[in-house]
Design a protein around this ligand. Structure first.
Ligand SMILES: Nc1ncnc2c1ncn2[C@@H]1O[C@H](COP(=O)(O)OP(=O)(O)O)[C@@H](O)[C@H]1O
Ligand SMILES: [Mg+2]
Length: 311
């Protein structure tokens, strides 16, 4: 019963622990305005479709699943949308096989529990409970890395919008509309668990894919700002041609995140050499450094870079 009042000791603890890391802003819930904010404040180029569907899901209190290849902005875009929606920083939970309710809801301080018992005094609230209590968003990153048990526990919370802490005989309920959930996943990663049908039925799925040539140029401009002028446009286009070719041929598929790292490094090298412009030599040097992530891909990356830049 006492779950929604501020004098609850767990609620107090949550604000004491997490209050200083959660910043507050003005919530933005208009999709077109949100797209502008994502671009101007977060330097993220986000397809209107992604924002429209996500906000529609949030208005219906439904969780959203961002699916797509690595480096396409799922994590950063998810965190930014949740933050704008709630007007407060979102919590990010990076999943792993051994994630469980103790890591995300709360656990007991072993020494305090020994002397005082398993009660409110020894309970340490964790991010998912904190997000529910503070009414802010949660990004559950790489959900397929977590166990089926963890996913089932999440489903229950997502469906009922409440968290039960049996040891405390307490139930905490959603307080407002800020508590929304975005999950991310890379369905092409065969090393990971499948998501259950029950899970997929409850979430609104949004597919992420690699950007078009024009979009990837836009992303580079947003991220490098004035530094992008160090790289002649024809070479920028060749960089994107190279990464697009590698996306089809290598084990490690470079995402836009890698294109950004590549361009950033190339500009740094050119600046260090006091050059006015980035040339082919710097692009090949930095390309090899950024794009070769394993032995199998080494030859393909080299051949691709030489082919694209020598033309
Ligand atoms: N649409 C985009 N707008 C701006 N930057 C992007 C975009 N997509 C990818 N990036 C680049 O990739 C990084 C974010 O990738 P990330 O969110 O980790 O991808 P994912 O979670 O899909 O693996 C950004 O820091 C930026 O360099
Ligand atoms: Mg990610």
């Amino acid at each position: 019963m006492a779950s929604n009042v501020y004098d609850d000791p767990i609620v107090k603890k949550v604000f004491e622990i997490y209050g200083s890391v959660i910043e507050e802003y003005k919530p933005i819930r208009n999709p077109d305005l949100m797209i502008d904010y994502l671009r101007e404040k977060f330097k993220l180029l986000v397809k209107p479709r992604i924002v429209y569907i996500t906000l529609a899901a949030f208005y219906n209190n439904r969780p959203v699943l961002f699916e797509g290849p690595p480096g396409t902005g799922k994590t950063e875009i998810g965190e930014a949308i949740l933050t704008l929606w709630a007007g407060k920083s979102a919590f990010v939970l990076p999943c792993s096989e051994n994630y469980d309710e103790y890591r995300v809801i709360g656990d007991f301080h072993p020494i305090i529990a020994m002397s005082k018992g398993f009660n409110e005094e020894s309970f340490i609230p964790r991010p998912l409970l904190a997000a529910l209590i503070m009414d802010t968003g949660v990004l559950i990153d790489e959900i397929r890395r977590s166990s089926e048990e963890f996913q089932n526990m999440l489903l229950d919370i997502i469906d009922k919008r409440r968290i039960i802490v049996p040891e405390l005989k307490k139930v905490y309920r959603q307080r407002g509309t800020g508590f929304q959930i975005i999950l991310t996943s890379n369905p092409e990663d065969i090393a990971q668990n499948e998501l259950s049908d029950a899970f997929l039925r409850r979430v609104v799925r949004i597919k992420f894919s690699y950007p078009s040539l024009e979009e990837e140029i836009e992303i580079l401009k947003l991220r490098l700002e004035d530094d992008i002028n160090y790289i002649p446009l024809n070479l920028v286009k060749k960089m994107i041609e190279a990464v697009n070719s590698l996306r089809k041929t290598t084990m490690y598929k470079p995402g836009p995140s890698d294109t950004v790292s590549w361009a950033t490094l190339a500009v740094k090298i050119a600046k260090a050499k006091n050059a006015k412009r980035v040339g082919v030599k710097e692009l090949i040097e930095s390309g090899e450094a950024v794009l070769i992530k394993n032995l199998e891909d080494e030859d393909i990356v080299r051949e691709t870079l030489y082919r694209v830049f020598k033309e």
